[in-house]
Design a binder for this molecule. Structure first.
Ligand code: ATP
Ligand code: MG
Length: 298
């Protein structure tokens, strides 16, 4: 199945330096054209399968060439499907080459450091893919929505005012620039689920007893702050979608859409690194020939 990465990139990437508006992005988007949804779904599943296979091969190349690493950031409201997207999209890759880190409420030790500290420690090594399930972006999202979290950080002179968030955007942009300059490419996904679809998913967690483990009463409480979150996301994404670390806003009301888009963007991003298999020099070639000779002589 041919995948037009440039088209997918153009559709979902937030152009750097523009004011991004969530109102322009439909969480329920499920493909253009007159093709029936059933067929579009089949196509998306074909794209996902092809890209999952491609990602497995590219990860091997990433590992072998040992030059770049890839940091993939997932941000979303609860029940937008971060976990499922990570599980599905990475299903073909060698677990040794991937590390997923989920960032929760910071510990006391983490709160005693700057907000990038705990994330810096989990940035992937050369040759690997690192996935952040939530990230330092929480510092301009949940921390912005709940003022008490900022106060708990006890940073001298830092209060909830525009300057604080702009400073954080600057720090994040500088950090991501530092990463890309030093061989870590950064790609960021916002899984854009609608408030209506979130309600539906929460209700199904409540209705189905095998989903009860996923249910958290605090998720329903967080929903009350939906508009504040959306405003914080809009500002953060506008300020931090850069050429070196772009944001992709992915329609997430249909999981088959979000997974296919994430897989296509990720595969395209790694493909664009132009990685090459390591060259075999004359010494290595002679060692290989000698090894063959010895094995065949046994
Ligand atoms: P799931 O619910 O699918 O298991 P999750 O990512 O929502 O996954 P939870 O344990 O439910 O995981 O939630 C983690 C919580 O930690 C989120 O509410 C998030 O906003 C919060 N969190 C993450 N980073 C920070 C931070 N830097 N400061 C404060 N809260 C944070
Ligand atoms: Mg949660």
């Amino acid at each position: 199945m041919p995948i037009d990465f440039a088209k997918i990139q153009k559709t979902f990437r937030v152009p750097p330096g523009t004011k991004f508006r969530l109102a322009d992005c439909d969480p329920g988007w499920a493909g253009d054209g007159d093709i029936p949804e059933r067929e579009r779904k089949d196509m998306a599943e074909g794209i996902l399968a092809a890209d999952v296979g491609d990602l497995a091969r590219m990860q091997e190349l990433l590992w072998a060439s040992d030059t770049w690493s890839v940091l993939v950031i997932f941000q979303a409201m609860d029940a937008a499907g971060k976990d499922g997207a990570i599980k599905n999209v990475m299903s073909g890759v060698n677990p040794q080459g991937v590390e997923v880190t989920s960032f929760k409420k910071p510990s006391d030790e983490e709160l005693d450091h700057t907000f990038l500290w705990r994330c810096m420690k989990r940035v992937p090594e050369r040759g690997r893919i690192g996935i952040f399930n939530r990230s330092y972006y929480e510092e301009v999202l949940v921390v912005r929505v709940h003022e008490a979290l900022l106060a708990a950080q006890r940073i001298p002179g830092v209060t909830n005012r525009p300057r604080t968030w702009n400073d954080r955007f600057d720090d994040i942009n500088a950090f991501e620039r530092h990463l890309t300059r030093n061989g870590t490419t950064v790609v960021k996904f916002f899984l854009n689920v609608s408030k209506k679809e979130q309600r539906k998913r929460f209700l199904s967690r409540i209705d189905e007893s095998d989903k009860h483990w996923k249910f958290s009463p605090s998720d329903v409480a967080e929903r009350q702050h939906w508009d504040d979150y959306m405003a914080a996301y809009e500002e953060a994404i506008s300020a931090t979608s850069t050429d070196h670390a772009p944001w992709y806003v992915v329609p997430a009301d249909k999981k088959w859409v979000s997974r296919a888009v994430v897989a296509a963007v990720l595969a395209g991003t790694i493909r664009n690194l132009g990685l090459e298999w390591p060259k075999i020099d004359d010494t290595k070639r002679r060692q290989i020939d000698e090894a063959r000779r010895l094995l065949e002589a046994e």
